[in-house]
Design a binder for this molecule. Structure first.
Ligand code: SF4
Ligand code: F3S
Length: 106
């Protein structure tokens, strides 16, 4: 499956959801996750993310391995999102800031 990682937090551009053929993105207040059992590994979302936050599960950077389980856990709790919406208001300011997991809202 593909995995959403740190740089999505506080940006949430949502370009990814528009291209997903199986609508397997789930939305929290300031982050999106992919349901690992629903993702068909088409890879369409990866280049669409302006924040470069999406990786194939086997290419997730070592310091973000914890996002694999986080996607799986939160995808069970959060509602589905299938249509693009505006990014968070401060997305441009937060894009590229490291270590945003501390700001994750659930
Ligand atoms: Fe959806 Fe394809 Fe991305 Fe998986 S890889 S989340 S199926 S767009
Ligand atoms: Fe997040 Fe990138 Fe999608 S910032 S909402 S993974 S387009």
């Amino acid at each position: 499956a593909f995995v959403v990682t740190d740089n999505c937090i506080r940006c949430k551009y949502t370009d990814c959801v528009e291209v997903c053929p199986v609508d397997c993105f789930y939305e929290g207040p300031n982050f999106l996750v992919i349901h690992p059992d629903e993702c068909i590994d088409c890879a369409l979302c990866e280049p669409e993310c302006p924040a470069g936050a999406i990786f194939s599960e086997d290419e997730v950077p070592a310091d973000m391995e914890n996002f694999v389980a986080l996607n799986a856990d939160l995808a069970e709790i959060w509602p589905n999102i299938a249509e693009k919406k505006d990014p968070l208001p401060d997305a441009a300011d937060w894009d590229g800031k490291p270590g945003k997991l501390q700001y994750l809202e659930r």
